[in-house]
Design a protein around this ligand. Structure first.
Ligand code: SAH
Length: 398
């Protein structure tokens, strides 16, 4: 039997939880003396023992667990999970029916009612990501629910919780048909090669779909495009397909070179006509400045934190500096696509970084577009803090 723990929550948290915030924070509950087992059901109550919500215990960077229901009698079982996944899939009916997009998010954790669990669709295959040991303890029921709710061709999974500080280099295959990788998926008519069984990432970040489309459709024609922190070069592919006169992709990871060649190739683009650099972005800025290179469009999409032998970079501290570096190699009238997935600050704060960078650099700017998470990355109503993605498309005015 699954363990059950009663937890008393403070009055501020009660208000938040009843307004629909699903996150259970450690300092808003009275923690029992005995430790709670991952995956235990949490019966959240007020001071006098009155029922507030039912959740599960699962340590994630943000909290100690997630609310699953606010109905006292509702059982957390296969039926519950099936209903949640079915509802989420119904919301994505347009994506399932789409002919030119075959990769999207089917289930977005807390936004679809089960924090710590995401499910992505890749051309019939499902990729399930588990963000805590607690949610992983529901694995059997959730897989039964997934198969009941949708037709799966094959299922793969990623364990994204700390397993004693190590990423387990496991076989990510779960059930059904085994995929042949790279698997080619479509996104607004662009092709992307993905591998569901090759380490922590798949080859494409689905949350940038609308930004890739914007870059292809509105900012690429006859432009030179620099894509920094380029990973597998997805933004470069979008730019090349949009008619860019040239793309330059810069990433530190050695694997980014073959992966970027692959993304170009599956789109019929001759990779030799594009520039791919395995290099530290900050060294590239100095290199470009020395060579007098300038670009019409610069994409900045750094990881929240990055550490190299020489330096550490944190978006919450160093974004203005990154933008200033980018400005030195952006043409007048050019466009900077500034992106961050750092959940620790919001869009308003991000815009202050942008403002500071342009002021310090001494340039004026105009915001052309703003993007946050796309439609399939559902976030809980009234709680914008779960909408971690922030992208601002900025025109440099001189
Ligand atoms: N923009 C990409 C995703 C970026 S993921 C996309 O849309 O697909 C972050 C990438 O930054 C990783 O591939 C990592 O290798 C790279 N990276 C981290 N620090 C770096 C640095 N200092 N210089 C260059 N690349 C870096």
């Amino acid at each position: 039997m699954r363990k059950k723990t009663e937890l008393q929550v403070d009055s501020k948290a009660i208000k938040d939880l009843t307004n629909g915030n699903p996150l259970i924070l450690k300092d808003t509950v009275v923690m029992p003396e005995a430790s709670i087992e991952e995956g235990s059901l949490l019966h959240l109550v007020d001071k006098s023992g009155g029922y507030i919500a039912t959740g599960y215990y699962g340590i994630q960077n943000k909290g100690i667990g997630w609310v699953l229901t606010r109905k006292e009698k509702e059982q957390i079982d296969v039926k519950f999970f099936t209903k949640k996944i079915r509802e989420a899939a119904e919301k994505r009916a347009d994506f399932f029916a789409s002919e030119d997009t075959t990769a999207f998010r089917v289930f977005n954790g807390e936004g679809d009612g089960i924090g710590g669990l995401t499910i992505d669709f890749f051309n019939g295959y499902y990729m399930v990501s588990w963000y805590s040991e607690g949610i992983y303890s529901f694995r059997t029921d959730i897989y039964e629910a997934l198969n009941a709710a949708v037709n799966t061709r094959g299922i793969y999974e990623k364990l994204r919780f700390d397993t004693n500080g190590q990423y387990i280099d496991q076989d990510d295959y779960v059930s059904g048909e085994k995929g042949e990788f790279p698997l080619i998926v479509q996104e607004n008519g662009m092709n992307f090669a993905v591998d569901l069984n090759d380490g922590a990432m798949t080859g494409i970040f689905l949350d940038q779909r609308n930004v890739r489309k914007a870059l292809r459709d509105r900012y690429s024609t006859d432009k030179t495009v620099l894509n920094t922190f380029s990973y597998t070069g997805a933004f470069s592919v979008a730019a090349a397909l949009g008619g860019a006169s040239g793309t330059t992709s810069v990433d530190l990871a050695k694997r980014s070179l073959p992966k970027t060649i692959e993304q170009f190739s599956v789109n019929g683009i001759d990779y030799e006509s594009q520039d791919i650099k395995v290099m530290n972005v900050f060294d590239y800025f100095s290199y470009a400045a020395r060579k007098g290179l300038k670009f019409d469009v610069v994409v900045l999409d750094p990881p929240s934190f990055a550490r190299t032998k020489k330096m550490t970079f944190s978006t919450s501290k160093d974004y203005p500096k990154l933008l200033k570096d980018a400005l030195t190699i952006t043409n007048d009238g050019g466009v900077i696509i500034a992106s961050t997935n750092n959940a620790s600050f919001n869009m308003k704060k991000f815009k202050t970084f942008i403002d500071k960078a342009f002021k310090d650099y001494g340039a004026r700017y105009k915001i052309l577009e703003e993007h946050q998470l796309p439609e399939d990355f559902t976030v809980p109503h009234n709680f914008p803090e779960f909408n971690y993605l922030k992208v601002v498309i900025i025109q440099v005015m001189n």
